[in-house]
Design a protein around this ligand. Sequence first.
Ligand SMILES: C[S@@+](CC[C@H](N)C(=O)[O-])C[C@H]1O[C@@H](n2cnc3c(N)ncnc32)[C@H](O)[C@@H]1O
Length: 406
Amino acid sequence: MRANSPELDLQALSLRAPESSFAQDKALPAGTDGLVDRLRQAIQSLFSSPAVYRLAVKNVFTRWFAKKRTHEVFDLMAGFVNFQVLLTCVNYKILEFVQFNSRSFEELSEHTQLPKETLDRLILSAVALGLLDQRGANRFGIGSLGLPVVSYSGIQAMIEHNAVLYSDMQDTSRLLRSSQSSHMNHYWPYAKQDLSGGFLEESQATKMEQFARYSELMSASQNFVIDEIIGTYDFSRHQRMLDIGCGKGRFVSMVAQKHPFLRFDVMDLPQVIYLTQKHLSEAHLLSRFELHPGSFKSDPLPQGVDLVSLVRVAHDHSDEVVQALLRKIFLSLPPKGTLLLAEPMADPKGAKHDAYFHFYLLAMGEGRLRTPEKLTQMLQAAGFARVRLLSNPMPIHTRILLAHKD
Ligand SMILES: C[S@@+](CC[C@H](N)C(=O)[O-])C[C@H]1O[C@@H](n2cnc3c(N)ncnc32)[C@H](O)[C@@H]1O
């Protein structure tokens, strides 16, 4: 561990065995919950009164709070429309068009071929959301939020992909009942399983296309995750690492470039591993890698590594599958072996963006956004003696757990 990457010891935290993820982190000390609840109820009924609202708006000292709450509720309501504005700007390549030169309204109209009478709604909305920046009466440049979108192809790929999720979110009740026929479930072929645990029959060409499509999306969206992991964890203490669910292998190839003496094994489904091979060969790294096409559910894991990494893999699967995988990894590691598990994790206090991941993983199939505490508990149940949460700069991209075998 590098000196500048402090670690939190989750052993010290209460690790109750939750019956559902809902019960994961919400407990209050016995006896206090009733009192706190009553107090909350009293405050809430006070604030839900229209008279109190009017008073709060009139009073200069309380107006800020009333304003803040009102804006927050409006933002909740506007989420879908805001996303559609973003998606339309991406689809019409409006952000690229204004990235280096500001453009007039007429130029934007010619570029998009959208009717002038309605295009102004899109442009004004994009200005309001910070995607575009109005410069003078009739010119538009890139806005402060448009700039990261246009600069990172991974963000654009995720925005386009989000349209798949949002089409499933049109009928959330249906999704909550079953994600079996969701568009997202179809997008991720490994999330789609029959009862015997095998993949549903689809034409070979269609399957290969699906695997290639999601692998490309994962590769395009991995930059931020890679930066977080490589900037936080020092791989130089290891001799040989195995990346399970490696996708095209971008993460391991970045580690390989930084640590020339490290050797690698990579494992993914056969339909993906051939893409990994292609990527590693193009990066002239193939000689340091052993490729293992197979499923971590049914195939043995490669032996002889002192570090295993699971990057954005566990959250795609049910507790049952993840628990079995963690146990398999534990058994395959030598004494003092390490598992690095990195993926977005739930905030026990409920961060706003958790909602996105909860529904993303639900729409996909069996996956779950888990808290670091829940994953720690699962790692300990698998046999790992010490589990630590690393502190990385941008936890929204990924959080990182390190599990050590005695
Ligand atoms: C969400 S992607 C993450 C890929 C990569 N680690 C990243 O962060 O970009 C999950 C990966 O796990 C792989 N995967 C899913 N089920 C698997 C299984 N049963 N055995 C091996 N790999 C699997 C998928 O093919 C995919 O490449």
